[in-house]
Design a protein around this ligand. Structure first.
Ligand code: A3P
Length: 321
């Protein structure tokens, strides 16, 4: 696959560089990114050949552990606020984990070649972990894509914590996977969908080039200004909050409904499991939700090393985390 081309054929995947030290999936390096092998083998080709984009589709893109769950909840609650008022006790988010409401296209295709995305009513809200350059050209041309990005040290800590708990649900084992190992691999960009800096810069550049098609959000900014960032998201999705709604506190109610404390404490997210092919405990998606937790897991030397790698990689791009 080139920058906008077709998916890699089966034979080609075999010959791509392989990384097996990142539980739970083997990764293959493709087009500069380390992608789970199963996604590359099954999910990406089907996304390219079988997915029919609609102009009303909204795709939520994220590097793993950058705020995907939060963005899914916010986008769903905002887009569907007429049918499901955010103050309703019976809101779908009170009964269902955001990942079971907004599905990952390539993961659906990777595990079920008959993914029934065609049956979903418009406007469809879908998600992807794929880098911008690996999205089908037709998707980039047709759909709106909102990406959330996060500071790399925090995303790395969040990923390691998640994978330690969730690996068994993916059929893997991460019991012996140390933070030092995760750190060294990530410094080399060897983590799912890594390197993160390359991932972020692609979406950021696209958002600068085509602001009507690509929105770039930052997790830290969402923590600082949840209402302001939600309003940007709503406007981008074509369903901005009216003055009257603002006065009634609808945007605030969406922020409250989707807050970490609220979602984390819902029964479905405390004790439920994913309904898809990867039955992760929903609780694993909610942890601290703060900026700067990296300092509890990384020495200053480690932080400096990663910061330097990121800084060097981004030099001249105009982007910084
Ligand atoms: P931490 O592990 O740092 O706490 P993703 O959703 O992409 O998997 O990212 C997971 C991270 O987002 C976790 O970060 C998790 O706690 C945080 N998160 C999940 N839901 C959130 C919410 N509603 N608000 C803020 N952060 C949230």
């Amino acid at each position: 696959m080139d920058q906008g081309g077709a998916a890699a054929p089966e034979m080609e995947v075999e010959s791509l560089p392989l990384e097996t030290r990142c539980p739970p999936f083997p990764l293959r390096q493709y087009n500069g990114f380390w992608i789970p092998e199963i996604t590359l083998r099954r999910g990406v080709p089907a996304f390219h050949s079988r997915f029919t984009p609609r102009p009303s589709d909204i795709i939520l893109a994220s590097f793993p552990k950058s705020g995907t769950t939060w963005l899914k909840a916010l986008a769903f609650a905002t887009l569907n606020r007429a049918a499901h008022p955010p103050t309703s006790e019976d809101h779908p988010l009170c009964r269902t984990n955001p990942h079971d409401i907004v599905r990952f296209v390539e993961i659906d295709f990777a595990f079920s070649q008959s993914a029934d995305l065609e049956a979903l009513p418009s406007p469809r809200l879908l998600a992807t972990h794929l880098p911008y350059s690996l999205l089908p050209e037709r998707v980039r041309e047709t759909c709106r894509v909102a990406c959330v990005s996060r500071e790399p040290k925090d995303a790395l800590v969040s990923w390691w914590k998640f994978i330690k708990k969730a690996a068994p649900a993916f059929g893997g084992d991460a019991a012996a996977f140390t933070f030092q190992e995760a750190f060294d691999l990530s410094c080399d960009g060897r983590c799912p969908y890594g390197p993160q800096w390359r991932y972020a810069v692609e979406y950021w550049e696209a958002s600068v080039r085509r602001p009507d098609k690509v929105l770039f959000l930052r997790y830290e900014e969402m923590l600082r200004e949840p209402r302001g960032e939600l309003k940007r998201l709503a406007e981008f999705m074509g369903c901005e909050f009216s003055v009257e709604e603002e006065e009634r506190g609808v945007a605030d109610a969406v922020v409250e409904l989707c807050s970490l404390d609220r979602l984390k404490n819902m029964e479905v997210n405390r004790n439920g499991r994913g309904k898809g092919k990867l039955p992760v405990n929903n609780a694993n998606f909610f942890r601290k939700g703060v900026a700067g937790d990296w300092s509890n897991h990384m020495s200053p030397e480690m932080a400096q090393r990663l910061d330097k790698i990121v800084e060097d990689a981004l030099q001249g791009s105009g982007f910084s985390f």
